[in-house]
Design a protein around this ligand. Structure first.
Ligand code: HEM
Length: 190
């Protein structure tokens, strides 16, 4: 979003479509916050911001690998023979970058790819894991993102990424992601 002004402008457009007070310069942050009802936070009129949040978590999974778990029964999945007692974990970051699911442009930030959810297997986008060990804070985390980001965007008119070079570091094979890109953002008011 901050890297590409076009993305930022498109998010602002999405917010103006979903919320009457977003683009209204006379409306305060408090008034804008009051418009954020559960229904409005679905971003039904224009999904773009939601797609940006998904695409951000796809590209840099906040939790890149799951914790380990142990199989209690033997299981054959295709050619894979998993035996009781085997330890496993899910490589979330890798699933988010599978070329046969996301295409050769999987390293590019393209929120529109989420407009057609049928194109990728649902288990190839699992920032909060899935099944019995799904993140208990998933809805809370998603709602927070959907509230906080628009508030920041209304409060600040522009953003500037300072140390751009670090942002390009990719960690696809480094599942532990010990070195995350460190970015500094300058936020501007009018
Ligand atoms: C973007 C934000 C978040 C992401 C991407 C995320 C992701 C995850 C993932 C992948 C797991 C599964 C870990 C595993 O078993 O290997 C998990 C578990 C968990 N998360 Fe989150 N989480 C987020 C925010 C939160 C928040 C805000 C809370 C609490 C308010 C929370 C509470 C938990 C708890 C308690 C578990 C353990 C669930 C269990 O094992 O039964 N998470 N989270």
């Amino acid at each position: 979003m901050i890297k590409d002004k076009k993305v930022e402008d498109r998010i602002r457009q999405s917010l103006a479509t979903n919320f009457e007070t977003f683009a209204d310069k006379d409306a305060s942050l408090e008034e804008f916050a009051k418009e954020m009802t559960l229904e409005n936070l679905e971003y039904n009129k224009d999904d773009y911001l939601k797609y940006c949040l998904y695409e951000t978590m796809r590209m840099e999974a906040p939790v890149p690998v799951s914790s380990t778990f142990m199989m209690t029964e033997n299981l054959d999945i295709g050619p894979y023979k998993i035996r009781a007692g085997d330890m496993m974990f899910t490589n979330i970051q890798k699933l988010h970058h599978l070329e046969d699911q996301w295409g050769p442009d999987h390293n590019e930030f393209k929120p529109e790819r989420f407009a057609d959810r049928g194109k990728h297997h649902p288990m190839c986008f699992i920032p909060f894991l899935a099944g019995k060990r799904v993140c208990i804070g998933k809805t809370f985390a998603e709602s927070t993102m959907k509230v906080v980001l628009p508030l920041i965007m209304k409060a600040y008119s522009g953003f500037e990424l300072v140390n751009k070079d670090l942002y390009h570091v990719k960690h696809i094979n480094n599942t532990l992601m010990k070195t995350r890109p460190e970015v500094m953002i300058i936020m501007h008011r009018d």
